[in-house]
Write a protein that binds this ligand. Structure first.
Ligand code: ADE
Ligand code: ZN
Length: 326
């Protein structure tokens, strides 16, 4: 009774959300119509019916198809604004938002269109919703490092509009070390660095993200529970894990949330946080993720409080803001 209300009302930061994964089927169809883009699905219901994923790749195929309706700066703005309004309703006071520019530049959409549209929504969120929002540019790891280097160069004229870089898309077979040079360059530009690691991939990918990329946070990281030495390091160094329970369930990483390791991670002293990943595809926003993972475990109000505190500790917001939220 109390716990659901606490989870809903507590101020929180969301640190792992792909903005293209916030495109609801209704908005995909509306944008397709607005832009004259043909979709391989007859209706909103037919599209939603295709959201039955067996693993990460089966999701990514549909996620990239959905993103193909985004063409104009207004499209990118409208997508981000819809998410930020939804986040505000979940008492998100800080959102660090991933975007995948290569998904768009490969279709001929200019980098400026992508970044300016998203940045305008972030500015509006701060003014109109009281949500502090920032962007993190992700490189697609199924593409080459040279393509990532070209993408970073293309984005640097808009350096003031993003705070960091990340690494996403198909994990297995694309280890973090493949991107050592582009991450070194990003760090040299003063950008924060994070990486998806240990979602489906082995604990070794988490070690590489830390030791080769110098990642400040690990996105997902749930496979760390298979490596005791890694668990000790993550706890000792308070390296945050941005965990996404409904994503793990829908992508069959933990098909039964009762098997999810969130509680074990917290109880082992790790800085774990709860996030939505791709809320339009995985059945819910950050509030829904918290409700679902608590309903499937015996975590208590102390765990809830710890998750909120961890989300601010792990965020890249200015320390002055963090002091207020905590
Ligand atoms: N891109 C969007 N969501 C992702 C996820 N969960 N893992 C890897 N890449 C992604
Ligand atoms: Zn993700």
């Amino acid at each position: 009774q109390h716990l659901p209300a606490l989870l809903a009302a507590m101020p929180k930061a969301e640190l792992h959300m792909h903005i293209e994964g916030s495109l609801e089927p209704e908005m995909i169809f509306a944008l397709a119509q607005r832009n004259g883009v043909a979709l391989p699905y007859a209706s909103v219901d037919a599209l939603r019916a295709a959201y039955a994923f067996t693993d990460l790749q089966s999701f990514l195929n549909i996620y990239y198809a959905g993103a193909s309706v985004l063409l104009t700066e207004q499209d990118f703005h409208d997508m981000a604004w819809a998410y930020l309004q939804r986040a505000a309703a979940d008492h998100v006071v800080r959102a660090e938002i991933f975007f995948d520019p290569q998904t768009h530049t490969a279709r001929g959409v200019p980098m400026a269109t992508v970044i300016n549209g998203l940045a305008r929504a972030c500015d509006a969120a701060h003014e109109q919703l009281g949500v502090s929002a920032a962007l993190i540019l992700c490189f697609l790891r199924h593409l080459s490092e040279d393509e990532a280097l070209a993408t970073l160069a293309e984005a640097l004229p808009y350096r003031q509009h993003f705070i960091g870089v990340g690494l996403d898309s198909s994990e297995v077979g694309h280890p973090p070390e493949k991107f050592s040079r582009v991450f070194a360059q990003a760090r040299a530009h003063g950008l924060h660095v994070v990486a998806h690691a240990g979602e489906e991939g082995p604990p070794d990918y988490i070690w590489q993200a830390l030791d080769v990329l110098h990642a400040e946070r690990i996105d997902h990281g749930v496979q760390a529970t298979r490596d005791a030495a890694l668990m000790q390091r993550l706890a000792r160094e308070r390296i945050p894990l941005t965990v996404c329970p409904l994503s793990n369930q829908k992508l069959q990483v933990f098909p039964d949330l009762r098997q999810h390791p969130l509680k074990a991670l917290l109880d082992a002293g790790l800085c774990a946080t709860v996030n939505s990943d791709d809320p339009a595809y995985f059945g819910g926003y950050v509030g829904d993720n918290l409700q679902a993972v608590f309903a499937a475990s015996d975590m208590d109000a102390n765990h809830a409080w710890q998750l909120a505190a961890n989300s601010f500790e792990a965020s890249f917001a200015p320390e002055a803001d963090k002091a207020v939220w905590r």
